[in-house]
Design a protein around this ligand. Sequence first.
Ligand code: ADP
Ligand code: ZN
Length: 808
Amino acid sequence: MTSSPREPARTVQVALPVPLRHTFTYAVPEGWRTPAPGCRVRAPFGRAAATGMVVSEAPPSELPPGLKSLRTLVDQEPLLPPEMLAFTRRLADHYLAPLGMVLRCAYPSALDPEPRTLYRLTEEGALARNAASSALREALGAGPLPRPKLAAALGAATDALLAEGLRRGWIEAEEHARAVRRRTGRDHVALLAPDGRAEALRDDESLPKPFRKVLSVLITMADKGYPEAGLAAKLARVPLFTLSEMAEAGLVELFKTAPTCLPGRPSPHALSEDQARAVAAVRGAMEQGRGGTFLLYGITGSGKTEVYLRLIEAALATGGAALYLVPEISLTSVLARRLLERLGGTVAILHSSMGEKERARQWLRARSGAARVTIGPRSALFAPLQNLKLVVVDEEHDPSYKQQDHPRYHARDMAILRGTLASIPVVLGSATPSVESYYNAAEEGKYTLLTLSERAGGALLPAVEVVDMRREYEETDGRDALSRLLASRLGEALAAGRQAVVLRNRTGFATFVLCRRCGKTLQCPDCAVSLTHHRKAGHLRCHYCGRRAAVPSLCPECGGEFLQFLGIGTERVEERIAAAFPGARVARMDRDAVRSAQEYDRLWLDFERGRVDVLVGTQMVAKGHDVHNVTLVGILSADFILGMPDFRSAERTFQLVTQAAGRAGRGAHAGTVVLQSFHPDHYAVQAAAAQDFAAFYAKDIRYRKMVGYPPFSALARIEVRHADHARVGALSSEVAAFLRAGAEGRVRVLGPSPAFVPRVEGRYRHQILLKSPTRARLRALLASLLDSPLGTRTSRELDVEVDPVSLL
Ligand code: ADP
Ligand code: ZN
């Protein structure tokens, strides 16, 4: 059938998750309603089909020859609302990323349809006369079937028969894709009544047995968030109505996770003057629909979280929704618990380590309005909350907001974009703001600066004692991970019944293995980095590609038998402390020891409840938690990053040390920090020891201005990767020459030069850095490269990163 000339083919633009920056034009089959933007479709692509999303866009002036038609409509109604489509489009533009790839981040992959291919007998197949066709006719006579059903009928010959049938036109394959069924979770959640009687009542014989069973279930689950009523009833093996009876008796509270405002628990604190001023400023903007970006700069323990909570409550009170971004998965649960305690079932939690199904459920709760607060790490940026009134970015300086895979977005920057598009306030909070954010607030007036200058509840900042490790090594001629001062402070804290946090920013036991005969360190054969020894796991590991190797007894280079395990990782520190303080309960938190969100939850809870005395770990122990019994923080040469060739290494050091120090002395007992340093004279270390952000900022901003780094320029990094060393050199020179030829108006092209780690996973890496006075010029130059024949030809070797956070 051909369409009549008066009715030109209806077309839509579809974004497909492929590494190409343009969208694709497809014809809408006859008899279809034109799918609205935000609906997913299956469309033929290459030799197969792909799931993409219809985006509103003018069709190209000339339709491509051989225009293909959409195959299947996945969504009757748009999966993404128009404002999320507009937002993802802007995000894709900012990073020069393919829209289809960005859209793949914007909803959980578990919602993707599971396409099924059905085989149908054609007229020819029905008429053909031979053994193969009759077999097919017999199997498909009653109607189309998917392959597994066909295989049951045809046995081992299935594939051969299908291939022949398709080739000779006896059968046709047709694809069906149905959207995954959507559960929006309009259930009730059950909470114990807040009067704290539950534990006593559980054993109260006068209470009906089913009631006691439910109490006992809820008590056990209180640690894990708030269960749905249905689940609690199931676990207690009681009918659901038991829960409503208990609610009537005031034993539990049931919250409908529907778009009604929850009563919530009142705040336990009266706001300090600073806090009240900050809340009023943002509330004012929210209520007048003004929007704007606010930088809440408050020292550690100054009650920033309390400010966020009040603002979230204010957003809910006006019938709106709020998005609360937190840096790492390890923090999500700590903060989510605080949020749940105050706001109950309106909260949706998104975890990056959550199962795909659960993520999908939480996402849908946000979309349906059942959850009106979403808390999560960077990917929660895409939570499809309706009537969004507030975005909070907690610890805005944290590098984990940067996505390291494509699309490489920065969730803080994009949160500001999302807020701007919606004209709602965005609150960035930190005790150690990024240099860029502070500059925007204090010097440029782009953000409103809000300051909390004292610790809440009268607590004082801890005293910091700096240990010069060069002297320590001289005086002790040992290579002990713990300085004498830290060891004695640990002893004191433990004797007083206090808790301690010890930060070491390297995992494993030994961070490198050295042969004393030939002087070589053992390296990953694919990556130009040394292997780390993980003693408990019993292997060597490459932290770049994940390769594992057995621990050799002889040097693989020279056969020497004197291998030394050097460098101090968290595993060694844990062992050292456990040996020195046999009575202490020591636990380790790093990516090896703790693998899932549940394990983080459990370990944090153990620590909060005082079931762990010393928590050793990587930077994840340095952030966000508020445990009042912690009086000592030990920092083991966190300043090793100072030696790295990255313009942000001073900033990272300052942030890490200040944040870690900020965990001490948050309650009634004064805190102490022991900072072991090899660079005790560096300004970042000195400012961190004094917990003096202003002093750090004043130095760092001068340096950035002098060398023209952000905020005084927009940066992009282009990495060229190839397995062949000569090829990388030639290609990166060609790309740099192209960029130099196109660079105008003070755009600078630096490089190419080998990357800090010059080879990863067997591919050599060269990098080129672009520094541009304006973002527009940077983007224009990058676009000209990506859309050029050179860019298209080398799309597999080129990796473009806009606003890189690390140049390593
Ligand atoms: P931050 O996020 O700035 O590090 P938190 O919000 O974790 O600080 O607050 C630190 C501690 O102070 C918490 O235990 C919190 O409950 C308490 N707190 C917050 N605001 C107040 C207040 N106005 N009065 C008394 N205590 C407060
Ligand atoms: Zn490797």
